[in-house]
Design a protein around this ligand. Sequence first.
Ligand code: SF4
Length: 374
Amino acid sequence: MAGIYIHIPFCKTRCTYCDFYTLNNESQIDTFVEALCKEAQLRKNEIAGPVKTIYFGGGTPSRLHQNHFDHLFDTLFTQYIVDPEAEITVEANPDDLSDEYITMLAQLPVNRLSIGIQSFNDDELKFLSRRHSAQQAIEAVKKCQQHGFRNISIDLMYGLPGQTMEIWEQNLDQALSLDIQHISAYHLIYEEKTRMHSLLKAGKIQPVNETTSTGMFSKLIDRLTAGGFIHYEISAFGKEGYFSRHNTAYWQNEQYLGLGPAAHSFDGNNRSWNVASLNSYIKSMESGMPEREIEHLNQQEKYNEYILTGLRTMWGVNLTELKDRFGEELFLFCMENAQKYLDKGLLTTKEQVMTLTREGIFISDGIMSDLMWV
Ligand code: SF4
C-alpha cells in the first residue's frame, strides 16, 4: 500500500499554537502548484504499487483554487496508478467552506474532508486565533453533508488554559450532534517559537493541571465511545469503516511519499524530508533536483518506530512479528522492559498482540519511551 501526502504551506493567518511550516503570503501559490506537479513527476518511481490514499494537509489546503486542484489531480492521475477506491482527503478550514467552495470540492475526486474546527466555543476560538466562529464551524459541516460528503472528520483541541470540564463537555456534545464519521482530538502542546509558548513563558497564561488534563482525556474517551466511535489510535476516533486509511498506513509503517515543502516521506528503509522553505523548494523543483535530507534507519531505529507506532493503535504490537523482524535480542529487550507494565495492568497481551490498556493510554509516552532502544 502506498500513500501520497501533499503539504500546502499557506494559511490566511497563523494560529497561536501552530508551529507547522506555513506562510501567510499566498502570492506564490500558482508557482508553488507548478513546483508540486513537477515534484510529483520527478518522484513518481519512488513508490511501488497503486496509490491507496492521497492526503492534502498543511497549512490550509482549502486555500487552493479549482485550477490548482485540477492541475494537481491531472498530474497525480497521469503519473501514478491511483486505486479507484483510493481515500482522498482534503483538510479544510470552516471559514473557507462557502457553498461555492464545497460545490467545487464535491466535483473533484475528493471523498473525505478533515475540517479544522478545534473548538465550538467562540472565546476559545478567539484565544487560538482561529478565523471562524462556532456557528460557522457547525454550518460548514452541515453544508458539506448537504453537498454529499459522507466521510467527514473534525479536529478538536483540549487542555487549553482556562478550559473547564464543562466547556470541554459542551464541545464534545456539539461534535457528537453533527453526525460525523471521525474525530481527532489533541491536547494543547506549547511548541517553542509559537505565540502560545511566549504567553506561557511570560506568565500570561497558566497550563491546565495534570488532573484536569487526564480528566479531559478520560471524558473524551468515554463520550466518544458511548457515541459510537471506536478509539483506534491515541488521538483518533472513528465510526466503524471510517478510520483514516492514510494515517493508519503511517502507524502501520507503510511507505508514503510526501510532496511539498517540509513534507516527509518513508520508503520502508529511509525517512526523508523536503526543505522547509517555499523559495528553496520552488528553485529546487525548477532545477529538477529536489532538495531534501535523507536518514537511513538502522534495525534499532526501525524497532523503535515499530513499537511507537504499534502501541499508539488498538492493533498494538504483534509479538511474533516483532521477533521475526527484529530478532531475539530486541524481542527480549522489549519484553523485559514491558514486564513491569504488564504486571501493573498498563499493558496487556492477547493472542501474541501487546496493547496499552485503558489505564496505560494515560501514560503512553512513558511506556513507549521505556520500550525504546537507546
Ligand atoms: S490553520 Fe492550521 S496550519 Fe494554519 S496556522 Fe492554523 S493550525 Fe497552523
